[in-house]
Ligand binder design. Structure first.
Ligand code: NCD
Ligand code: ZN
Length: 348
């Protein structure tokens, strides 16, 4: 049996929710990952350091007993965010970045940003204190084609942010297109990107295979096969600009299997195994550790993990659903068999 020993990975883009939902999912992430960047799109959003610290405490309280998992918190950028809050965030041990959601782009983004011009002083403060800006990069023009929204955001907004704030560390979150890969490659070293397992393993046909598949609906939406291939090439290239961010986004089953279903794919139950499959398919399993465990901490200027974990090339069957809040969540590959299994930590 093939075994893969690697430094324990981190998840640089995660949705943990709150309350009962948080308790239901956090153990999956804590079992595999040492740390995770926790997204702030709660209702109401996590907009201040005080709210982020309180949310971090709720996450720590919801963790299983035997874990060292560290939630790294983010603030939700709104038109009310001030440079003073940016300074408070930079001084806080809890907060590691600020997330920009264009208003209306995705789940719970109603409070997001409508005008970037007004936020120039906030972005300037972030650049000054070297606090990373995480971007959900999609145009929110309702007339734009849903498959073009990432490209339109690059052309109309992202290029300008990078130009106007040349030293600002930026993570272009969950990139989905060849255009986005090319943009990140051409940008300076302070611009990086996360890539999800679903965008490495699936193209948009998966949303319509034999009928409509709500559990394959996420934002940004899955794209063409040529885009998927460009993402795989980027993730497996060894380039430190690309690192792991699952965007694991649990929604209760009924809210996805609905006439107006929520966006989000749940992958935390088998995240590293799903990435292992994508890397193995590309003949690049040796590049997984850099992507999953090294490039992220280097970009965030945090220490690399020292503990090691073992993945085994041994099949596992994914449950059709997991308990979630008052119902269930359907995980990625639910009811199917996958090739890799997260075995254990290496005793040190
Ligand atoms: C995320 C969620 O449900 O919070 N959904 C998704 O489809 N990815 C929000 C997001 O990251 O866009
Ligand atoms: Zn997300």
């Amino acid at each position: 049996m093939q075994r893969l020993e690697m430094i324990r990975p981190d998840d640089w883009h995660l949705h943990l929710r709150d309350g009962e939902a948080l308790k239901a999912v956090v153990g999956h992430t804590a079992r595999q990952f040492a740390r995770a960047i926790v997204m702030p799109n709660l209702k109401p959003p996590v907009t201040t350091v005080a709210l982020a610290e309180a949310y971090q405490q709720r996450i720590l309280a919801a963790l299983p007993a035997d874990t060292q998992f560290q939630p790294l918190m983010t603030l939700y950028l709104t038109s009310e965010t001030t440079p003073e809050e940016v300074h408070r965030a930079a001084q806080s041990d809890a907060v590691h970045a600020i997330k920009l959601y264009p208003a209306g782009a995705t789940t719970n983004s109603e409070a997001g940003v409508k005008s970037l011009e007004a936020l120039a002083p906030v972005l300037a403060a972030m650049q000054e204190v070297d606090l990373p800006l995480l971007i959900h990069g999609e145009s929110t023009d309702p007339k734009s084609d849903v498959f073009d929204r990432e490209t339109l955001f690059i052309e109309n907004t992202l290029g300008q942010i990078v130009k106007e704030f040349p030293e600002l560390r930026i993570v272009f979150e969950h990139i989905t297109t060849k255009k986005a890969v090319d943009f990140v490659l051409a940008a300076p070293g302070n611009v990086a990107a996360t890539i999800t397992p679903q965008h490495l393993l699936l193209n948009r046909n998966a949303i319509f295979k034999g009928g409509i598949r709500p559990h394959h609906y996420c934002l940004p939406i899955l794209k063409r096969e040529e885009d998927r291939q460009a993402l795989v090439a980027a993730a497996t290239s060894g380039n430190p600009k690309f690192f792991l961010g699952t965007d694991s986004a649990p929604h209760e089953r009924g809210t996805k299997e609905s006439p107006c279903g929520c966006a989000g794919i749940y992958s935390a139950h088998a995240a590293i195994e799903l990435y292992a499959e994508a890397f193995e398919d590309a003949g690049a399993i040796d590049k997984l550790e850099g992507f999953a465990s090294l490039h992220g901490p280097d970009f965030y200027k945090l220490p690399r993990n020292t503990e090691k974990v073992i993945l085994e090339k041994r099949e596992q069957t994914i449950p059709a659903s997991f308990p979630f809040s008052s119902g269930t969540v359907v995980p990625m590959r639910g009811g199917e068999t996958i090739r890799w299994t997260f075995a254990r930590s290496v005793a040190t």
